[in-house]
Every structure is written in structure tokens, then in C-alpha cells.
Design a protein around this ligand. Structure first.
Ligand SMILES: Nc1nc2c(c(=O)[nH]1)N[C@H]1C(S)=C(S)[C@@H](COP(=O)(O)OP(=O)(O)OC[C@H]3O[C@@H](n4cnc5c(N)ncnc54)[C@H](O)[C@@H]3O)O[C@H]1N2
Ligand code: MOO
Length: 410
């Protein structure tokens, strides 16, 4: 890696995202399978919802004009002609001077245009009520088509299906949805010192954790993780896993990305296909030895081995890429952030983006952000942190007491 030609995070991201043309096709899935997926096209409403005018309260369906001017002193007297059973329509239409008893969600009878709440009425005779307050036309009524109109989009394209979207689809009777296929992501870990988490490490060995971190992050971001395995620092082993990776939509390989004897990864990725490595080295801390490549149409990201660096690099380059591949803008319009005051000065070199782990706490009615110190090989620092404070390349550090925006870790 040539340390004199490190790219800024912004330059690297623009170049890399611009070079990846791969987009996921649509696939049709059952509504129950669509949770967490992203719509590939607008989903039209098959019918008006609600399909008929419904009461939003317990009370009496009326003609609003009959109640105009009604008050406690001078009530409007109406004849109760029916009680509307739930799940059925009234057997009789409503005429002027009449009321029909209705429950919340019941279907308004023909001729009625409003509902008086039961607490605004009194029983004045066995089949008669006194209305003590007027209602306006449409009051306490969910109109036909007020939730959505037949043919209009229930959901736009590019919308993640969460509980509220799934509920609307169920309500509208939509059984299948066209969603974006999940990007299939190959995950490779490399390093002679690593053993799988299930194995007992020997002297000088450690259990590998980046595979697990990447699996979790890919799942979170709508991808389908496929762990291809752990390669020794051996050209043939790494190359063989990388080649297998080309059958996927994206390859993530961690370790072996920095200078030195183990600086194999970049060279091997470059042999994999064209155009090959676009970026090797970013003005970023942690995460300097990042590799960004596209090999015969497949994006390949070489993540630094240090677990904290790997997760930071994932957030800055892989998360936006997965969004782009799923047809979304690379950056969400709004991110969950918390405004907090810094407890300490934080240094940052000009020209470099720093991602600082911070713990949030409240004191004297204010939210404070305390930097979590620790080398990027210490995984627990990420467990203790509540968020990242990103110091953009233009800034040269921050001062204790400064108000900052902290990106909350999901
Ligand atoms: N002389 C220099 N040494 C280092 C530099 C440098 O600029 N000059 N950069 C440091 C930085 S910054 C980072 S980040 C690391 C990057 O190293 P590599 O990406 O080449 O990765 P490795 O050397 O293979 O591993 C680094 C570290 O991470 C551990 N590791 C690797 N893979 C995993 C895994 N899957 N699970 C858990 N831990 C993993 C590995 O054991 C090493 O401790 O280089 C610095 N050195
Ligand atoms: O840049 Mo390294 O990725 O600081 O830990």
C-alpha cells in the first residue's frame, strides 16, 4: 500500500459505489416472507380501504343535520330504529329523525353521515334518545377509501416492509409482494493465527470473530450471508476461497490487508478479475488498510483484520453498497442520532476521517458522550460503546464540552 496516495473516505466511497453496477432483481414472495424485505415496485391497493364507511366510536349513527343546534338544555330527540350487529350491514336505511345503535368499527347504515358518541346521548324513552351535542357531517366516521383508494399505491417502491407495512398489506388482502432479492454475500476470514470459534486455540492462536460480526451485519442490512470459511495466509487457499466468492453478489474478506508479509489479499483480489483493486488505503482511523475492488462485476471488499476496524469499514463502505444494490439511496435520508456533549478533547489529524467509539450517559439533564478508549483489536470496546462519533476529514479534533451528533449503534 502506498501511504502517500491514500484516498479520503468520500473519494473512496464515490469511486467504489460508482464502479458497482450490480443491482438485485425482483422476486415474488408470500406476504409472510416479506418482513424485512424491500419492495421492488409500488404495491397497488386492490380495493378501497375501509371498503365501507365505519364508525370510529360506540354510539348512534345519525343524519348530522338532525343534531344541529342540539344542547343539554335543548336536546335533539331521535327514534332508535335498529341496532347494527357487528360484521353485518343494517337491515334498514336511516331516515331523518332516526338513529341506529352502532359499535366501534360497525358499518354505517345507508342515509347516515355521522355518529354521536354514546356519552353525548341519554335514553329519553324505550326507543328514543336525546342527543346533547351536535355532530358535523363525517364526524366519528372512517370514510370508504380514507385509508387508501383502489389502484393507488399501498406502498411505494424501495420501502422496507416493517410491522406497519405488513399490517397494511394484510388488511388489503395482498398475498404476494414483489421484493428485491437479498444480495448473497460471501464472507471469508484469513490468518494463520485464527481458529474457528468452536475450536480451542493453541498457543499463539485466537478464535476468529470477524466472520460472526460480518454475518450479523449483512443480515441486519438485508443481505444473505454465506460464510465460505477460514483461509491460512497461503496464496492458493485465499485465492481458492476468493474464486468461490465470485459466484456471489459481494465478497467480504478480512485480514491480511495491511503492509508487510501478509499483504497478499490486495494482490490476489487484483488477479481475480477486472478492473480489480480500485482503492487500497483510506484516510480513515480505524480502517486505513481497506481494499475496495470490483472483479468482473462482483464487488470485493478487503476489511482490515482488527475487529473494530472491520466493523467500522463495514459501516462506511459495505452498508451503503448493500443499500445501493437493493435499489435504495446509499445513505438513508435520516439516521438515528443523539446530540451529546463531549466529556474530553478528541484529537484528529486534518485530512483524515476518525470514527470514535463513545459511551452515552445522562448527567444533570444533559446527554454526554465519553470516548471509549482501546486499540482496534479490542472487541469489547464496541460492546461498551453506544455509538460512533464521526469526525470528518475537514475537522482537526473536537474540544471537551463541544456539542456533537452521535450515530447510535444498531
Ligand atoms: N507496521 C504497521 N503495522 C500495522 C499497520 C501499519 O500501518 N503499519 N496498520 C495496522 C492497522 S491500522 C490495522 S487495521 C491492521 C490491519 O491488519 P490486516 O488487515 O493486514 O490484518 P491482519 O494483520 O491479518 O490482522 C490484524 C489483527 O486482526 C486480527 N484478526 C484478523 N482477522 C480476524 C478475525 N477474523 N477475527 C478476529 N481477529 C482477527 C489478527 O489476529 C490481528 O491481530 O494492521 C496494523 N498493523
Ligand atoms: O486503521 Mo487500523 O484499521 O487503525 O485499526
Amino acid at each position: 500500500m502506498d501511504f502517500f496516495t491514500l484516498k479520503s473516505v468520500e473519494e473512496a466511497r464515490v469511486e467504489f459505489l460508482g464502479a458497482v453496477t450490480r443491482r438485485m432483481p425482483a422476486e415474488r414472495v408470500a406476504r409472510e416472507e416479506a418482513l424485512g424485505r424491500i419492495t421492488a415496485a409500488p404495491v397497488p391497493a386492490p380495493e378501497d380501504l375501509p371498503p365501507f364507511p365505519r364508525s370510529s366510536v360506540d354510539g348512534y349513527a345519525v343524519l348530522s343535520a338532525d343534531t344541529f343546534g342540539a344542547s343539554e338544555g335543548l336536546p335533539a330527540y331521535l327514534t332508535v330504529t335498529a341496532e347494527i350487529p357487528m360484521g353485518q350491514v343494517s337491515a334498514v336505511p336511516l331516515h331523518p329523525g332516526e338513529a341506529q345503535k352502532i359499535a366501534t368499527g360497525g358499518a354505517l347504515p345507508e342515509g347516515a353521515d355521522a355518529v354521536v358518541m354514546v356519552e353525548h346521548t341519554e335514553q329519553s324513552a324505550p326507543d328514543e334518545i336525546a342527543v346533547l351535542r351536535p355532530v358535523s357531517p363525517g364526524e366519528n366516521v372512517m370514510q370508504r377509501g380514507e385509508d387508501c383508494r383502489a389502484g393507488e399505491p399501498l406502498l411505494p417502491a424501495g420501502r422496507m416492509i416493517r410491522a406497519q407495512e405488513a399490517a397494511l398489506l394484510a388488511h388489503a388482502g395482498v398475498r404476494e409482494v414483489d421484493v428485491v432479492r437479498r444480495p448473497r454475500v460471501a464472507i471469508i476470514s484469513t490468518g494463520d493465527e485464527l481458529v474457528p470459534p468452536e475450536e480451542a486455540p493453541g498457543p499463539g492462536q485466537i478464535r476468529e470473530s470477524n466472520g460472526q460480526a460480518m454475518r450479523a451485519l449483512v443480515l441486519r442490512d438485508g443481505g444473505e450471508p454465506h460464510y465460505l470459511g477460514l483461509a491460512r495466509d497461503d496464496e492458493q487457499e485465499i485465492l481458492s476461497l476468493l474464486r468461490q466468492g465470485l459466484a456471489y453478489d459481494l465478497v467480504l474478506i478480512s485480514g491480511g490487508s495491511s503492509v508487510g508479509a501478509r499483504d497478499l489479499t490486495s494482490r490476489l483480489i487484483d488477479q481475480l478479475g477486472s478492473p480489480g483493486v480500485l482503492v487500497h488505503g483510506v484516510q480513515l482511523k480505524p480502517g486505513k488498510p481497506t481494499i475496495l475492488a470490483v472483479c468482473d462485476g462482483v464487488p470485493v471488499v478487503g476489511l482490515p483484520g482488527h475487529p473494530v476496524s472491520a466493523q467500522v469499514v463495514y459501516g462506511l463502505f459495505v452498508a451503503p453498497l448493500l443499500r445501493q444494490m437493493q435499489g435504495l439511496p446509499p445513505e438513508p435520508e435520516f439516521r438515528p442520532t443523539v446530540r451529546a456533549r463531549l466529556t474530553k478533547n478528541v484529537a484528529s489529524a486534518a485530512g483524515r476521517t476518525d470514527v470514535v467509539r463513545v459511551r452515552l450517559f445522562r448527567k444533570d439533564g444533559e446527554v454526554w458522550a465519553e470516548p471509549v478508549h482501546g486499540k482496534s483489536g479490542l472487541i469489547s470496546t464496541l460492546v461498551r460503546a453506544d455509538g460512533f462519533l464521526i469526525i470528518p476529514s475537514a475537522r482537526e479534533g473536537l474540544l471537551a464540552g463541544d456539542t456533537v451528533e452521535v450515530e447510535v449503534l444498531a
